[in-house]
Design a protein around this ligand. Structure first.
Ligand SMILES: [Zn+2]
Length: 190
């Protein structure tokens, strides 16, 4: 059975509206010029302003531990926990290494591209200007433990992107707010 027209359209839209593409075209429209596929001494950011030494990464909400959208898988807890931790540690290492070399690193969540693009463009602008840039604070989920008892409660541990010693945890009902779903809903308005 073939795809309906609306299914075909949503597939096409899916390809053209990856968060990376959307951010790149918003930056371009804002008059900011950068190179595609540039490397840095530490990794390959999604957007690189090589001369100004500004690197921009877009982090997927699930894989990088977004506090709003990380959803604890029901099975293989140890596997997923160590995967999450590895990703956050890689993000941290990359960020700190670049910053140690004088780079300014912006790490945006996938969901921010759809929810607050103007803010992101402004953040990039201020990173490109010399004055008044301070790396901003960003929480990452690093582990989620199911709590015993009824009610599907869990404890979510979070760490600061740059400082692992800055951490806290919250107890809450199991989060099920995956970003993917929100993306499909807002896709039609893009
Ligand atoms: Zn998110």
């Amino acid at each position: 059975m073939g795809l309906s027209r609306s299914e075909q359209m949503s597939r096409i839209r899916g390809r053209n509206t990856s968060p990376e593409r959307l951010l790149r075209s918003a930056l371009w429209r804002a008059g900011l010029r950068f190179r595609l596929q540039s490397r840095t001494p530490h990794g390959r950011p999604d957007v690189v302003f090589a001369k100004a030494r500004v690197a921009i990464f877009i982090d997927g909400c699930f894989w990088h531990g977004c506090p709003e959208h990380y959803v604890r898988p029901r099975t293989r807890n140890e596997f997923w926990s160590s995967k999450l931790r590895e990703n956050v540690e890689r993000d941290r290492r990359q960020t700190l290494q670049l910053e140690a070399l004088g780079w300014r690193v912006c790490r945006f969540w996938e969901h921010q591209v759809f929810e607050s693009m103007l803010e992101l463009v402004e953040t990039v602008r201020s990173a490109l200007r010399d004055e008044q840039w301070a790396p901003y604070h960003s929480w990452r989920v690093i582990q989620v433990d199911a709590l015993p008892g009824e009610g599907d409660m869990e404890r979510r541990w979070m760490e600061d992107l740059r400082s692992p010693e800055v951490r806290h945890s919250v107890e809450a009902k199991r989060s099920t707010k995956k970003w993917k779903r929100a993306l499909n809903q807002s896709g039609s308005t893009l």
